[in-house]
Design a protein around this ligand. Structure first.
Ligand SMILES: [Fe+2]
Ligand SMILES: [Fe+2]
Length: 285
């Protein structure tokens, strides 16, 4: 791209452009949330989408979730897992399909999603500020808006991503107003609504950058949003993302203060996270 960084484009995001999450996955997550759900119904529903069923089984047997004996069928996985874990697995299986790993930018987005998911889960657990499983999902989903815009205008958005990286700029600041009158964050929130995700997760998608600023925000799940926001900063800071590490200071950040992040936790994160992330990345590749 030869254009200067203040070049603007206009793109309209229509309902039809939103990536589809497998309908079966949405139904399965709704079923999981119901108190009267039984394993048989869930098994039958997931198996009605064989591609999703195969991914659910693969993820259920990955190191992140596997028990001592591998599950040989979706039914076994459903019976053995807790409902919270099943929700994670079904969503992971469905998202796996939405991110197309054959293209470099979506592949980098998927890698980033896994990094932030693992880091969010670790931080939530380490600092006891949010439910670790929910933090994992928030991390996984936080940048889905980027994927939606990328689907619509791959060349331009891909070039914008590369340009921000080459110039060492924060991506959400760089993109703001260039393609849409906003960043990827509100776009993600619209997708989350369409996918029928929990309100806390939609808040993560919408506010994970805005929470870095000073203004008051209408956030109900502030610790969850803050934990994902910090995980995003921290993964870039540790050189595990594509944004400029110099631009990130998780410790001094506002969300860092909200979750009580301290230097000791960061030191521990530096030790623990790279191996943990590599292990999970291998499980989903
Ligand atoms: Fe983001
Ligand atoms: Fe991010």
């Amino acid at each position: 791209m030869n254009e200067s960084s203040d070049q603007t484009w206009t793109v309209e995001i229509k309902e039809d452009d939103l990536p589809l999450l497998a309908e079966v996955a949405i139904e399965a997550m709704q079923l999981i949330d119901r108190e009267d759900t039984n394993a048989k119904d869930l098994d039958r529903l997931i198996c009605s989408d064989p591609a999703l069923a195969a991914r659910v089984l693969r993820i259920a047997n990955s190191p992140l979730f596997a028990g001592s004996v591998p599950a040989n069928s979706v039914n076994q996985a459903v019976v053995r897992m807790g409902m919270i874990q099943l929700r994670q697995i079904v969503l992971l299986g469905a998202l796996d399909q939405v991110f197309d790993p054959r293209k470099p930018h979506p592949n980098a987005m998927w890698n980033h999603a896994i990094c932030v998911a693992v880091t969010s889960q670790w931080l939530a657990d380490r600092l006891g500020v949010a439910r670790p499983e929910e933090a994992f999902l928030g991390g996984l989903l936080h940048d889905v808006g980027k994927l939606v815009i990328y689907h619509q205008i791959s060349d331009v958005y891909g070039a914008l991503i590369d340009q921000a990286a080459a110039e060492g700029k924060r991506f959400h600041q760089h993109e703001d107003g260039k393609i849409l009158p906003c960043t990827h964050a509100p776009v993600g929130a619209v997708v989350g609504l369409k996918w029928g995700l929990a309100p806390d997760l939609i808040e993560v998608m919408q506010f994970h950058h805005e929470i870095e600023g000073e203004g008051d925000l209408p956030i109900e799940a502030e610790p969850l949003v803050a934990v994902v926001s910090v995980a995003n900063l921290l993964t870039h800071q540790l050189g595990l993302g594509i944004e400029n590490p110099q631009e990130m200071d998780a410790l001094a950040s506002r969300p860092g203060q909200i979750i009580g992040l301290d230097a000791e936790t960061i030191e521990e994160a530096v030790e623990v996270l790279p191996a943990l992330i590599n292990e999970q990345r291998a499980a989903f590749s």
